[in-house]
Write a protein that binds this ligand. Structure first.
Ligand SMILES: [Zn+2]
Length: 277
């Protein structure tokens, strides 16, 4: 059977990467030709990523923002700016639905208020609509029921989600921190898990992931193995091995380490990669 959904990776890097974009992605509903956008990276690069991916912004009506860190939320201003402009000139049909927690809504509104023209802000509450996300909130988005949950971050309030794909397979996305032990049950037996891995375990002394509440490829893989996850996608990584002159590169290095601990299908995507779900 042909896959009905596709994961479009718009960025695979952590906050300060320069060789790729910050981690953000879209889940494409191929039947509706619509996308559910999750985070937008740290700036105008989101517009470039969408263009290079061949995803017109007019196909995005549902947008979830996980938390208020720069590498996730500042691109939201650009999404709102571009969609607002298209609403004005008549080239964007329908409304933009933004899903986030209450405090984050205030942050996004404030950022927009400070940086966007009033004629765009006029769409707030009329065609740019916020939907509150709390722990256990479920929203119908395109063809899916999306179940949002608090990842229990101690750094900054952050939400993630799980969903049932049209095939019946279950996908879970964990945001940009390792799965909290109290959330492990959500991960168990997932068909797809989308998780962060900051760097190789073998390079933990160089990148110090634990200090930043991040984990390594080996850690994330061991956790997924224990939870019997079938397909694991790792991102939000460092970028020093991307395009390196000496050495096999990020993907090969990460796959090699990950496969020591994990026996399901492991994906280390690069920017603009598409994965059939
Ligand atoms: Zn991040």
């Amino acid at each position: 059977m042909e896959n009905l959904e596709e994961l479009l990776v718009l960025g695979c890097g952590h906050a300060t990467v320069t060789k790729c974009y910050n981690t953000c992605f879209a889940i494409l509903d191929r039947e509706r030709e619509e996308a559910f956008l999750v985070d937008a990276g740290g700036g105008n690069g989101i517009l470039r990523a969408l263009r290079e991916a061949g995803l017109p912004i007019t196909r995005i009506h549902h947008f979830f923002i996980t938390h208020s860190h720069t590498d996730h939320v500042l691109g939201a201003v650009w999404i709102i700016r571009d969609i607002g402009s298209k609403m004005r000139d008549g080239s964007y049909e329908g409304d933009l639905h933004i899903y986030c927690h209450a405090v984050l809504e205030q942050t996004v509104r404030a950022l927009c208020m400070l940086t966007l023209q009033k004629k765009l802000l006029d769409f707030f509450g009329r065609r740019i609509l916020f939907h509150r996300v709390e722990d256990g909130t479920c929203h119908q988005i395109l063809g899916w029921r999306i179940h949002f949950f608090d990842i229990l971050s101690t750094k900054e309030r952050q939400y993630a989600f799980w969903m049932e794909l049209l095939s019946g397979r279950r996908l879970i996305f964990f945001g940009d921190e390792p799965c909290h032990p109290d959330r492990k049950a959500l991960m168990e037996d997932a068909d797809w898990a989308l998780c962060e891995a900051f760097c190789l375990y073998g390079e933990r002394d160089r990148f110090r992931p634990y200090k930043k509440h991040h984990s390594t490829v080996l850690d994330a893989c061991a956790f997924a193995e224990e939870a019997r996850v079938k397909n694991l996608v790792l991102w939000h990584t460092e970028d020093t091995h991307i395009g390196e002159a000496s050495g096999p590169g990020r993907v090969v290095r990460y796959l090699e380490e990950g496969r020591r601990a994990y026996h399901g299908s492991l994906y280390i995507p690069e920017d603009l990669e598409r994965i059939a779900l």
